[in-house]
Design a protein. Structure first.
Length: 98
């Protein structure tokens, strides 16, 4: 019975075996560096593309709102509204000049 008890104790309480591989060899190496670099570059490109698409969508919505407001507004207040939006008071509507 003592051998069975010793086997059970050894199975439930294993001692850590020393590693046979040196710590220097346990590195990602060049392949790991290239993989992480590719993931980083792809992530940066996706963020730039997403930012560009969000900005484009926002500008399109603003233009759509201006067009809808322009249909409801009159032609007499458009130069004042445009100059107020641009921040310039000396610029009027250039399309009316002949």
């Amino acid at each position: 019975m003592s051998t069975i008890t010793a086997t059970i104790i050894a199975a439930t309480n294993p001692s850590p075996s020393p590693s046979t591989v040196p710590d220097v060899d346990v590195t990602p190496g060049v392949a790991g560096f290239i993989a992480i670099a590719v993931v980083a570059v792809v992530t940066i490109l996706l963020v730039v593309d997403m930012t560009r698409r969000i900005r484009r969508t926002r500008y399109r919505a603003e233009i759509r709102e201006r067009l809808e407001q322009g249909d409801a507004g009159t032609a007499t207040d458009e130069p004042e509204r445009r100059s107020a939006e641009d921040g310039r008071t000396d610029v009027g509507d250039d399309t009316e000049r002949g």
